[in-house]
Design a protein around this ligand. Structure first.
Ligand code: CTP
Length: 407
């Protein structure tokens, strides 16, 4: 049983019939040694009493925003600052809408807007309210804001209907709390991971360039996963419109040659992952001035081959222990990837289908095949985030025994 001793949870109770289950949740949290402070919305007081929650938590229960004595003793900012985690249970459709749109008209919504701590919500509402596009849109917004959800589950509801909308059981909410409050394993602590991402941009003249449609999403997701596992992570990125993932150092480059130099500068590394869609060619001599239309017709652009960044690093004296390439293919995906594995000298090729049927460019989902010298493993379609996590977990397994054998 994981102890929560020394951890403080701020429980925000919304106004729904499921509020009665928070008695059990508070009891479970106290059994694990957590400190529990409770805020109740005005509507919550219709379902459970501040007195019962004060008795169970052993703390004063906060109910209204403008109680001056409360503000003196413990202001709303202080309430969320003193917590390690905020839990909203039951999270009603109304509370979720307020959270998604930044409304703050009572103590509960103000504490939620004023916090920079992790937030877990346990939605509970009528099935039609849950399925309403407005609520589903709010769920999406909350997820984007990094808010975690537990439930809702399917089942018979207080209103007599059946379907999703029931609040998760207190034991399951506790499980989600324990996961969020337990420090994550950092098996890549002390390791260095270099990732290339996005397109490169090869200038024709000061205003024109050759490039491609790479969004960079897959590379950014891998970098985020590497940092989560504790690696010192460097993302060498072509021009994309994505925010830097947390805990990742981003080196911005434009051309293939700049990307290669940046990779060489960042060596040595334990793992190098090349997701960038590097332009194969550049204009042999970039025009110093903007090319003008002339009587002679369109210019003939002589192209020169760009360096192969992956192959250069994989064949260099500074080769990382694990080198991973990506293969964007439109046909015979695994066959071409197997050839690329040998030619480029990498340990793994992650092959994805970028034909129109595959639809990877710019999408949030990906279907990949892991090609190694010993075989091919096909993964089901999943989000680029999940591909990133799964790939980094696999690379961690491959790296660790190698390192152990060498030590
Ligand atoms: N790559 C690279 N430098 C290049 C070209 C590609 O580092 N100049 C890397 C990509 O980041 C990717 C892998 O090589 O990890 C495969 O790239 P891809 O463009 O699919 O293969 P190509 O080598 O261009 O081969 P082909 O055009 O035959 O598909």
């Amino acid at each position: 049983m994981t102890s929560l001793a020394g951890k403080a949870v701020l429980l925000i109770i919304g106004g729904g019939i499921a509020a009665y289950k928070t008695h059990e949740l508070v009891r479970l949290l106290k059994t694990r040694g957590a400190r529990v402070r409770v805020i109740m919305t005005r509507a919550a007081e219709e379902f459970v009493t501040p007195l019962s929650l004060a008795s169970l938590s052993g703390e004063k229960v906060y109910t209204a925003l403008f109680s001056l004595t409360d503000e003196v003793e413990m202001g709303h900012i202080q309430l969320s600052r003193a917590a390690d985690l905020l839990v909203v249970a039951p999270a009603t459709a109304d509370l979720m809408a307020k959270m998604a749109h930044g409304l703050a008209d009572d103590l509960a919504s103000t504490a939620l807007l004023a916090t920079d701590k992790p937030v877990l919500i346990a939605p509970a509402m009528n099935v039609r309210m849950w399925q309403h596009p407005a609520t589903q849109h709010n769920v999406e917004i909350l997820r984007r804001h990094g808010i975690a959800l537990v439930g809702p589950t399917d089942g018979e509801m207080a209103c007599g209907e059946f379907g999703p909308g029931r609040m998760a059981e207190p034991g399951d909410i506790l499980g989600a709390i324990v996961t969020m409050l337990t420090p994550k394993a950092r098996p890549l602590a002390g390791r260095r991971v270099i990732i290339t991402a996005g397109p490169t941009r090869e200038p024709i003249d000061p205003v024109r360039f050759i490039s491609n449609h790479s969004s960079g999403k897959q590379g950014y997701a891998i970098a985020e996963a590497a940092a989560e596992l504790g690696a010192e992570t460097v993302l060498i990125s072509g021009p994309v419109s994505l925010p830097a993932p947390s805990g990742v150092r981003v080196v911005n480059v434009e051309t293939a040659r700049e990307m290669l130099t940046a990779c060489q500068d960042e060596m040595p590394a334990d793992i190098a992952i090349f997701t960038a869609a590097v332009a194969d060619w550049r204009v042999a001599s970039e025009a110093a001035e903007k090319l003008k239309k002339t009587e002679a017709g369109p210019p003939n652009l002589a192209l020169a081959e760009n360096p192969d960044i992956l192959a250069t690093i994989a064949h260099s004296g500074m080769r990382p222990s694990l080198v991973v390439g990506f293969a964007a293919e439109t046909e015979k995906v695994t066959e071409h990837a197997t050839q690329k594995l040998k030619r480029k000298g990498c340990d793994i090729i992650v092959a994805n289908d970028v034909s129109e049927a595959g639809g990877v460019f710019g999408s949030d989902r990906n279907t990949v095949h892991l090609v190694t010298s010993t075989g091919i493993e096909s993964w089901p379609e999943m989000s680029k985030q999940d591909v990133g996590r799964k790939l980094m977990e696999r690379l961690t397994e491959l790296l660790t025994p190698q390192q152990k054998a060498m030590e």
